[in-house]
Design a protein around this ligand. Structure first.
Ligand code: HEC
Ligand code: HEC
Length: 399
């Protein structure tokens, strides 16, 4: 089969972005594919080529991930994708550019990825993140983004104050500490003017949306699509669970011993899944497998006496890539996290009484040292290095 590929680039806005001309058998469903001659004219606009490594004619697959059997209807039911923003590879590719673009901050120093670093499971290794000034810090710890799509209420931030992934996406840009496009310097309209003057956004928006109009809603949609594509299904736990998953088995096989794990990891799995009445620690009732995103009806976990705020947690997939835990990053290790659940639960209006103070008294697990270590070992099996290294989620910028 002969094929001639020609890459054409345009200095100006080209009306047609990905033109595939095929001489011969275009659209022919059956028949032989060998012996045909096709000519593909592939177009990536000059500005996009100058600034990024993207090829707009060979896009990464964001829209149709390969999912394991246990990501069935029970998981699809948790998907917070709105009907008007299903993932499409073009829009998600634009989202990737936006996610990594420091020009989205007022002084070209900070991108989403500065605080949501892929190698750290899209978390920030620092307890608090430094903003665009280089001197001011966030007052909350950053959050991992894997499996964000399967947090059913769809609300974002530790305190759930953003109603959706879309509505969250433009808030860091306008944040006084994070990216600095506050109202006083023109807010989102000032950012859009900056993007309109760039060498690549008018082309990328045309590619993604069909015309070059840049709006806050489109920025939100693109970022949300890119983030929702960050699905985690490739940890060691996934590989082991895939072997025992059975939709008809008791608890879908989640309570079954996993041969792929060490004895200690498997003991941790058992403690994580089983409830306190069954000799377990009850973690999985809130951090629900197989996504390990938080249950919709989870309340707070008793970090502070008298706490009134109901917090969420990001999915525990890749939690061992984080270096600070909880909304204020107060714990520096998973051992400290486990000790909190073992002996530190405190009463308060926001506490999840059903799960963490079942008799009106804070739950005390009284775990042995071995069992605490086992829980930590189990959480490490949730590390998904595919997600933390997949090129389709990496920085597309050349400069
Ligand atoms: C300066 C650091 C910083 C930057 C830049 C930043 N974030 Fe964040 N991000 C955080 C912190 C800190 C939190 C938690 C804040 C809170 O809950 O109050 C967070 C939370 C989030 C969440 C909520 C996750 C969840 O499970 O609820 C999402 C989504 C998110 N960020 C996406 C983005 C996007 C998209 C951008 C770029 C437009 C961005 N962030 C830029 C630090 C940052
Ligand atoms: C009642 C529901 C509930 C139960 C049960 C529960 N958690 Fe959590 N977990 C949460 C909430 C809510 C947060 C976020 C709290 C915050 O930061 O204010 C959290 C946070 C965490 C974090 C930190 C996540 C991060 O990104 O910083 C880890 C790790 C964790 N839990 C592990 C466990 C383990 C292990 C168990 C069992 C021993 C457990 N959890 C039981 C609700 C629960």
């Amino acid at each position: 089969m002969q094929s001639i590929q020609k890459i054409l680039t345009f200095k100006t806005l080209a009306p047609i972005y990905a033109l595939a001309l095929s001489a011969g058998l275009l659209g022919c469903g059956g028949g032989s594919t060998s012996g045909s001659t096709s000519t593909n004219i592939l177009i990536t606009p000059a500005g996009v080529s100058e600034y990024t490594t993207l090829s707009l004619t060979s896009l990464s697959n964001y829209a149709a991930p390969v999912l394991p059997a246990y990501y069935d209807i029970t998981v699809a039911d948790l998907d917070n994708t709105p009907s008007n923003n299903a993932i499409n590879d073009k829009v998600a590719t634009l989202g990737r550019v936006l996610f990594y673009d420091k020009r989205l901050s007022i002084n070209d120093t900070i991108s989403c990825s500065s605080c949501h670093q892929q190698a750290s499971g899209f978390d920030d290794p620092r307890r608090f993140s430094v903003g665009f000034s280089g001197a001011a810090f966030t007052d909350a710890h950053a959050m991992r983004l894997g499996n964000i799509r399967y947090y059913q209420p769809g609300s974002m931030f530790w305190d759930k104050r953003a109603a959706s992934v879309e509505l969250q996406a433009s808030q860091p840009i306008q944040h006084a500490i994070e990216m600095g496009f506050v109202a006083g310097v023109g807010g989102i309209p000032a950012l859009i003017a900056k993007m309109n003057a760039s060498a690549y956004y008018p082309d990328l928006f045309t590619f993604a949306f069909g015309d070059a109009t840049i709006t806050e809603a489109r920025i939100q949609q693109a970022l949300a699509q890119f983030e929702r594509a960050m699905i985690s299904v490739n940890s060691r736990w996934d590989a082991a669970y895939a072997q025992v998953f059975n939709p008809n088995a008791n608890n879908r096989g989640l309570g079954t011993s996993l041969p792929g794990l060490t004895t200690q990891e498997d003991r941790g799995r058992q403690l994580f899944i089983a409830g306190p009445n069954n000799g377990g620690a009850g973690c999985g009732a809130c951090h629900q497998p197989p996504t390990f995103a938080l249950a919709a009806n989870s309340r707070s976990n008793g970090l502070d006496v008298g706490e009134t705020r109901i917090f969420k947690s990001p999915s525990l997939k890749n939690v061992a890539l984080s270096k600070a835990f909880m909304h204020d990053g107060r714990f520096a290790s998973l051992e400290e996290v486990v000790e909190h659940y073992n002996s530190g639960i405190k009463l308060g209006p926001a506490l999840d009484n059903n799960r963490l103070a079942p008799n009106g008294m804070p739950l005390r697990l009284n775990l042995s040292a071995d069992d605490k270590s086992a829980l930590v070992s189990f959480m490490k099996t949730l590390t998904d290095t595919t997600l933390s290294s997949d090129p389709k989620f990496s920085d597309p910028f050349k400069k």
